[in-house]
Design a protein around this ligand. Sequence first.
Ligand SMILES: NC(=O)c1ccc[n+]([C@@H]2O[C@H](COP(=O)([O-])OP(=O)(O)OC[C@H]3O[C@@H](n4cnc5c(N)ncnc54)[C@H](OP(=O)(O)O)[C@@H]3O)[C@@H](O)[C@H]2O)c1
Length: 249
Amino acid sequence: MTNNRKVAVITGSHKGLGLAIARKLAQKDDILVIITSRKESDSKATKQKLKAEGIEVDHHQLDVTDAESVTKFMEWLTSTYGRVDILVNNAGVNPSQVSEEASILTAKAETMLDTFNTNTVGALRICQAVIPLMTQRDYGRIVNVSTEMASLQQIPQDFYPPAPSYRMSKVGLNAMTALLTKELMNINILVNNYSPGWMQTDMGGQDAPYTTEEGAETAVYLATLPDGGSQGGFFAEMRKFGGAVALPW
Ligand SMILES: NC(=O)c1ccc[n+]([C@@H]2O[C@H](COP(=O)([O-])OP(=O)(O)OC[C@H]3O[C@@H](n4cnc5c(N)ncnc54)[C@H](OP(=O)(O)O)[C@@H]3O)[C@@H](O)[C@H]2O)c1
């Protein structure tokens, strides 16, 4: 039982940024976190690891590219908790190490479709699943983990590698937020995107300047916005700037 605590679902949260966000949210008295992972054993192990740190969470299998997995997860969530208040769409893949991804001129359609299936359609799948439950209670906070590499206005001048599949999938994720914002205008469900910065994770590598704890800060801020807070925003990692700073779309 939640004892009236808010229920937070974080996709891909057995490691990396997702785990850091989970850890921070779970340390709040009024939030129960559900760790999810593609492999059931991963989220189970993370639940045990957090328990050893004195942090209680629940866990469940969830593959955002698998409609059956999403259905089973939602059945479990509805029967166990009957609510979801916070969703963090963190699950993501970045195939930029693949040689064809060094240029938009060589990027392969299959790689692009696979990347979109996780980073864009996967996030949409989970939004479509949870928004009806959020609507029932007229409360929801949705945080989509994007990247400043998907800022259309900055791409022509930025110094990042091309990473076409990754960038285009996250541009799609940003578009999803704009479209959700249009449809959720009169409901207390706030949807925002942010860029966590370059972090030390399996995806980011060990040379990255930021820790996942630093990258998680803006997610926690957006996941706990008060009523009337930002709707449809795209934010930089706030720790870098000492507060919430909007990125150009
Ligand atoms: N690291 C950075 O510098 C950086 C910068 C900007 C944005 N981001 C974004 O931050 C988010 C987290 O990335 P990270 O750096 O923490 O990378 P990571 O350590 O590689 O974690 C990615 C997570 O996504 C999960 N995932 C992948 N496909 C999935 C699927 N189909 N269903 C459910 N979960 C899936 C992974 O699970 P498995 O272990 O099963 O693969 C893993 O838990 C991503 O959206 C990424 O684009 C990262």
